[in-house]
Design a protein around this ligand. Structure first.
Ligand SMILES: [Zn+2]
Length: 324
């Protein structure tokens, strides 16, 4: 009797030391680590690094605004069940704050953007003490987030470190290729047209990386509304600088964009609406634009061509607008 209790205790201790999620690994078919990611950009990085060792579920779909999105009961249930939660952080998922705090008591909640060196972060224009969370807009900077994802996965499954290193390295090589394409394409935009006018301030990291000037009608977070005064200021700037195009974003209402276009038209300036950009959400799952690479490729190619620069119509890989 005593002996059996002892054996059971030993077995229990061994399992506990192993970690609950690792139990599956002892079996012949290792169970993948279940990871819930908030944005699709973060989910793409987890999938690329984790490969077959992770099963990723993304909470925020196509066209969803992460600044405003509140986790649903189903989202919370998924996060409770998952082995790990990975988010952008930097206050992007503002409505998740309390949920993250609760979850962090029982599982790793990785705010990957917050692992970036502080001196690489930009400040929110409206709240100087807060960082600008749109770090995915600069693929070079985003490699730091991919590294944070690798480190978090390796900490959870140390035996798979080599797999995660490999996934990380291959993905980062792709991001570097993308960054090189972006540099080359955007550099071809004539100097006087290097102004990116968008619905909200999501493009500051992009602008820093590629020497563009950026103007957002709304602030860094879509939580604050753009007032009439701000619209008038932007219209005045459009006229003064003879800005040729304004861009719509897939995750932000285009009401303000239309107001600026109408304001400019009343003053005799034709402002073209450039194609839609992906700012805070990627394109449809299953399309090229529904991957991080495709999202940035689309933005770079669209911006370059709308502002008079040189870029192939189908982008870096000839895949823009194609399925899969
Ligand atoms: Zn945003």
């Amino acid at each position: 009797m005593l002996e059996r209790t002892r054996r059971n205790l030993l077995a229990f201790a061994a399992l506990a030391a192993f970690g609950a999620a690792s139990i599956g690994e002892a079996a012949a078919q290792p169970k993948p680590l279940t990871v819930v990611a908030t944005t699709a950009m973060v989910g793409d990085a987890v999938r690329a690094v984790g490969g077959e060792r992770v099963k990723v579920e993304v909470l925020l779909g196509e066209g969803v605004d992460p600044h405003l999105y509140k986790p649903t009961r189903a989202d919370t249930a998924k996060m409770l069940k998952a082995d790990m939660v990975v988010a952008n952080g930097l206050n992007l998922e503002a409505q998740f704050r309390d949920t993250f705090e609760q979850l962090a008591k029982t599982k790793p909640v990785v705010l990957a953007g917050e692992k970036l060196p502080k001196d690489r972060l930009l400040a929110d224009e409206d709240y100087k003490d807060k960082p600008d969370p749109h770090v995915w807009m600069d693929p070079e900077l985003w490699t730091g987030v991919v590294a944070a994802v690798r480190d978090a996965l390796a900490a959870r499954l140390p035996a798979e470190k080599a797999t995660f290193d490999q996934g990380h390295d291959a993905y980062v090589a792709e991001l570097r290729g993308l960054a090189a394409y972006a540099r080359q394409a955007l550099a071809s935009i004539p100097n006087e047209k290097r102004i990116l006018l968008t619905a909200h301030d999501a493009f500051s990291y992009f602008a820093r990386a590629y020497e563009m000037e950026v103007i957002g009608i709304q602030g860094v977070s879509t939580e604050s509304e753009a007032g009439l005064k701000k619209i008038e200021e932007v219209v005045a700037l459009v006229i003064e600088r003879r800005i040729p195009a304004i861009f719509v974003e897939s995750s932000v209402s285009d009401r303000n964009v239309k107001a600026v276009v109408e304001g400019a038209a009343r003053r005799g300036h034709k402002l073209e609406i450039g194609a839609e950009l992906f700012s805070d959400a990627m394109g449809a799952p299953g399309t090229y634009e529904g991957t991080y690479l495709g999202m940035i490729d689309h933005n770079v190619t669209t911006i370059t061509r709308a502002l008079g620069g040189q870029a192939p119509a189908r982008g870096l890989k000839g895949r823009l607008g194609a399925a899969g």
